[in-house]
Design a protein. Structure first.
Length: 86
């Protein structure tokens, strides 16, 4: 949201929505770096491939599932859906 407010230069809802749908900067989040996470037709920033389950113990992530542990160093980015209308 901070990136959208900054880009829009206002807190006006319509302008902020337009900024979110066309963010010009990458945004570092908890689970990934978001690069244009939203579009006019897609307001879901996270897809099923991004989240992992686990907990932080002693400054380390302990994964709940072996599959997540094997892919722990992978960079997880949003899977962009192809527009079915095109």
């Amino acid at each position: 949201m901070a990136a959208a407010f900054k880009q829009a230069g206002t807190t006006d809802g319509i302008k902020v929505r337009e900024a979110l749908e066309n963010l010009q900067t990458k945004v570092e989040g908890v689970v990934t770096v978001y690069d244009k996470p939203f579009t006019h037709d897609d307001h879901e920033a996270i897809t099923a491939n991004i989240p992992v389950f686990g907990e932080v113990k002693g400054s380390r992530v302990v994964y709940a599932y072996e599959e997540d542990a094997k892919k722990g160093s992978d960079i997880r980015t949003k899977v962009v859906k192809k527009d079915a209308k095109k």
